[in-house]
Design a protein around this ligand. Structure first.
Ligand SMILES: C[S@@+](CC[C@H](N)C(=O)[O-])C[C@H]1O[C@@H](n2cnc3c(N)ncnc32)[C@H](O)[C@@H]1O
Length: 351
């Protein structure tokens, strides 16, 4: 465990009441990664080994459907692939990035991200057009559960936007630090909020940093999501993350995303689109449309791990629905629901 993230999380759990009363005994906190410990080894190398592990995690190659490609596809793909390569070479100059295995990993990362960008380019053209706008009109992109931080590649280099990563897990947070510090070069400044907190900046100063427009990349622990200003974002992305969370985290992500997105803003999800038995009580795709004022813009008709890795779908916020974590939890799973013990131990769920 990384001391800084652990200290920050523990302070937030107390400050925000997650270790007391109803939130502790009945609901559970939204800052855990259910699939993380199931999959990660108990070794946490805190450095280049973890980074290499993340690079190696993309190894199934799925080509982009022709119908999704735009006229600048090859050029845009080369930009993203170039960024992954550059960062790889900066950390691993002793390896050959043209080695077939490394080359495969890099192209799988770049393909996934160019496919996300193509979805936006085709189905949210108003967002993409803003890449040439003046800075105050450029897009603000918030990425929930950022992993390596790959969604920042198209955000910065194809959309020319401002990017915020929201992350809860120390392994991922530390890997993103390495990736973002290199990626931001030439694009502006990088804020690692945890670094500021570790050096004892008071909470008011941390909140000012979260709201500041002075950073190309902001990296923010998930418990500070509530401090991201309301209606400040044009795009929220959640790629291969929602299906790895507990009930509280899904509801937290939905309620906070709904709050920070501008009306007309987009929410992009890419995952298996399968709710795991004994794990998922909330059908997030359905909730967006039925309860939260979103409209489905496009669900890409592909088969997971046959045509593409994870199924992309794009939603648009059509109207403002005022909600918050507690009221959404009551609405979706019920006032009596007990989800704090996780998965199959959840009880008294609303039918
Ligand atoms: C499978 S990875 C996907 C990463 C990245 N979005 C991608 O598409 O490659 C899941 C990510 O979600 C993060 N995560 C897990 N639980 C979370 C939570 N409760 N709140 C925020 N992020 C979380 C993990 O640490 C990891 O970065």
């Amino acid at each position: 465990m990384s001391w800084d993230l652990e200290a920050s999380l523990k302070r937030a759990l107390v400050r925000q009441g997650w270790v007391f009363g109803d939130r502790y005994f009945r609901i559970g906190n939204p800052f855990t990664w259910v699939d993380g410990p199931l999959q990660l080894s108990s070794f946490d190398f805190r450095g280049v080994v973890d980074l290499a592990q993340w690079y190696s995690g993309y190894y199934e190659k799925y080509l982009t459907p022709e119908s999704l490609k735009n006229s600048s596809y090859e050029k845009d793909y080369a930009i993203l692939e170039g960024k992954y390569k550059e960062i790889y070479n900066s950390y691993f100059p002793f390896f050959d990035s043209s080695d077939p295995q490394v080359d495969l990993n890099i192209s799988c990362h770049a393909l996934a991200r160019i496919q996300d960008y193509c979805m936006l380019s085709k189905y949210a053209p108003d967002l993409v057009e803003r890449k040439d706008a003046v800075p105050c009109q450029k897009i603000r992109h918030l990425d929930f559960g950022a992993g390596l931080g790959g969604n920042a590649t198209y955000s910065l280099f194809l959309l020319d936007g401002f990017y915020t990563a929201i992350e809860a897990h120390p392994w991922s947070y530390n890997i993103q630090r390495m990736f973002f510090r290199q990626l931001v070069q030439g694009k502006g400044r990088y804020l690692d909020l945890l670094a500021a907190e570790s050096l004892e900046l008071p909470i008011d100063e941390l909140r000012k940093l979260i709201s500041s427009e002075d950073f190309a990349i902001k990296q923010i622990p998930s418990w500070y999501f509530i401090d991201v200003p309301t209606a400040s974002q044009d795009l929220v992305t959640a790629t291969t993350v929602l299906n790895e969370l507990n009930t509280a985290a899904i509801i937290y992500m939905l309620s906070e995303s709904c709050r920070v997105l501008k009306e007309g803003g987009y929410l992009y999800i890419r995952d298996s689109a399968k709710l795991k038995p004994g794990r998922h009580n909330v059908n997030y795709d359905q909730v967006l449309v039925e309860q939260l004022g979103f409209e489905l813009v496009h669900w890409l008709d592909v088969r997971n791990r046959i045509d593409m890795f994870a199924i992309p779908r794009l939603y648009r916020k059509k109207r403002n629905v005022t909600t918050n974590f507690d009221s959404l939890f009551t609405l979706l799973v019920g006032r009596e629901a007990v989800t704090s013990h996780g998965g199959e131990y959840s009880q008294n769920l609303k039918p």
